[in-house]
Design a protein around this ligand. Structure first.
Ligand SMILES: NC(=O)c1ccc[n+]([C@@H]2O[C@H](COP(=O)([O-])OP(=O)(O)OC[C@H]3O[C@@H](n4cnc5c(N)ncnc54)[C@H](O)[C@@H]3O)[C@@H](O)[C@H]2O)c1
Length: 408
């Protein structure tokens, strides 16, 4: 096993061991429906033209238009985009959304962009992929290092090629152009909501939990803020520069302000976060953090995997042997896509006032997904990732059979 997608789809073989009826859908999901790879050009402020590689992967279209974020990242590549599109496919199925999975990326270090270059980049991405990004075909959203403002510019980039409807092809937009305020922080907030919803099944009482959080970006900070509201204590947080540990509990607002103003005093290096004495380790930074080489050193009772693919396939067995519960990415980071779906619905219905109680709809969606995973956990020896995959694959299998794809 070498490639990222190859490793990710390996988990499907385990699910086939639980339900042999899923063999055809598992085979179908091992490859993406479409990977588009293009060169994107922007003019730098000094007059130079810079070419950079850009991708859009529509991983699977069984359930409807594909949906997935766009990231700006110096390490983006085709394999990573495919793996993320695969995970989006499973996440949308788990949430019973009428979407297939997709992902997009531009290989660029966003720190090197001026404001004007960044605006141009987001518009150029929209223009470059205006043939696929349409409200009924492929829907974009923010991802790592992209913001609501970027999404607004992406819409502008789409407009020249579309007669209308560009705003329906991009979610996570600023509120004044059709975004929903619920989208802000939805992923971190959603993970806390799911932990509370599943507390009994997981045997984890959030209100008395001690938590370490990797990642101080949008998701990590929102998770930490909301977890402390339940009574939980955040004993450590880290980012790519270092970690801050405090066994008595961190003040998240203070920490967030210090980080924003560059005055944060780290008292440890980044890797210290994995050795902190905590009940829950929340991974909200980046992919492939836990693997076979470090899984054995963890002492937490549960890992909440918010960053996509934060746990490598080769760590699964070690974690399971050591009795560490894994709250899988396709469930625990689904608050964002649940909110994006509501934004898309609001667009289709002609305004957010046509939806009713948006917060209640968002919670119902997450609650139903939690219930779906609980309904399959007894078939999976208490393995929450397998339970989430099993539910999602059965959903996709039923759709495929309904479309006459497989004989039954
Ligand atoms: N934003 C969303 O709605 C959303 C939805 C689903 C999944 N996710 C996933 O959650 C993760 C975090 O997303 P975000 O929007 O908060 O991103 P972000 O870019 O705002 O923040 C990422 C954080 O991770 C830190 N980081 C990077 N490398 C690190 C390392 N080696 N050790 C410790 N910290 C490190 C960065 O310093 C930063 O604080 C990503 O993997 C993303 O794919 C995000």
């Amino acid at each position: 096993m070498t490639g990222l997608l190859e490793q990710a789809v390996h988990r499907l073989d385990r699910i086939m061991g639980i339900d042999k009826e899923l063999a055809d859908i598992c085979r179908l999901l091992k490859l993406p429906a479409e990977l588009i790879e293009r060169e994107l050009a922007i003019s730098r402020d000094d007059g130079r033209t810079d070419l950079m590689r850009a991708w859009r992967c529509r991983y699977n279209t069984l359930k409807g238009p594909t949906k997935g974020g766009v990231r700006f990242s110096a390490s983006a590549d085709a394999d990573e985009v495919k793996r993320l599109g695969f995970l989006m496919t499973l996440k949308c199925a788990l949430l019973d959304l009428p979407f297939g999975g997709a992902k997009g990326a531009v290989r660029i270090d966003p720190q090197t962009l001026t404001d004007a270059e960044r605006r141009q980049l987001a518009m150029a991405y929209g223009e470059l992929f205006s043939d696929t990004l349409r409200e009924d075909n492929d829907i974009a959203a923010p991802d790592v290092a992209t913001t609501p403002e970027d999404m607004g510019n992406l819409v502008k980039g789409l407009e020249p090629a579309h007669n209308s409807g560009s705003a329906g092809a991009v979610m996570g937009k600023p509120v004044d152009i059709g975004g929903l305020s619920i989208r802000e922080g939805a992923t971190g907030r959603g993970a806390v909501f799911l932990l509370q919803r599943l507390a009994e099944d997981l045997g984890i009482d959030l209100s008395s939990a001690r938590i370490a959080v990797q990642g101080m970006g949008t998701v990590g900070l929102e998770f930490a803020r909301n977890a402390t509201k339940t009574g939980a204590i955040i004993v450590a947080m880290s980012d790519s520069s270092g970690a801050v540990l405090n066994a008595d509990g961190l003040d998240i607002e203070q920490l967030s302000q210090q980080k924003a103003t560059g005055r944060l005093n780290y008292n440890n290096d980044c890797d210290a976060i994995l050795k902190v004495d905590a009940d829950i380790l929340c991974l909200a930074a980046t992919s492939d953090v836990i693997d076979a080489s470090n899984a054995g050193g963890l002492s937490c009772r549960m890992i909440v995997e918010i960053a996509n693919a934060a746990i490598s396939v080769n760590a699964d067995e070690v974690l399971s042997k050591n009795g560490i519960i894994v709250g899988p990415d396709i469930l625990f980071n689904s608050g964002g896509v649940a909110a994006s779906h509501l934004e898309w619905l609001a667009y289709r219905k002609g305004g957010k006032d046509k939806l009713g109680d948006i917060e209640a709809m968002w919670k119902d969606r997450l609650s139903a997904a939690a219930g779906s995973v609980s309904s399959t956990i007894h078939e999976c020896d208490g393995n929450w990732r397998n339970a989430a995959l099993l539910y999602a694959l059965r959903d996709l299998n039923a759709v495929a059979i309904g479309q006459g794809l497989f004989e039954n």
